[in-house]
Write a protein that binds this ligand. Structure first.
Ligand code: ZN
Length: 127
């Protein structure tokens, strides 16, 4: 298990497995058709895009706005006290994880994800 600098990796299960759609509190955000959490997928897309997230301090991240390239949102990672927070309208309105929060969660979870798939990454070539 890679140390996560004291963040509550609520997106990860105890075994370090990525959880997208199994949490009760997030179930309402899950697409009944695909079973995926829409905002989590948007967050993953932000990470995959690259150069969208800047760490500015302990548990503090800027995430570029996806609608306005000149704008950015401040995400505060959950630590011992307090919840994950973002200053975007989506979070303010709903009080639940937005795509910016999911993006940072995914970013912080990546070392674990890579380690759990290291054989697939470094394995021999398929003949
Ligand atoms: Zn946000």
């Amino acid at each position: 298990m890679v140390p996560s600098a004291g963040y509550d990796m609520s997106i990860l299960s105890a075994g370090g497995t990525l959880v997208i759609d199994t949490s009760k509190s997030w179930r309402s955000e899950t697409s009944p058709r695909t079973g995926f959490n829409r905002r989590a997928l948007r967050g993953l897309a932000i990470v995959a895009k690259g150069k969208q997230i800047e760490r500015i301090g302990m548990g503090l991240f800027y995430v570029k706005s996806q609608s306005d390239p000149k704008d950015r949102h401040l995400v505060r990672a959950k630590t011992a006290r307090g919840e994950w927070q973002c200053d975007c309208q989506d979070y303010k309105r709903r009080g639940k994880p937005c795509k910016h929060i999911y993006a940072v969660m995914f970013l912080l979870a990546l070392p674990n994800i890579l380690l759990k798939n290291i054989e697939a990454l470094e394995g021999g070539q398929v003949e």
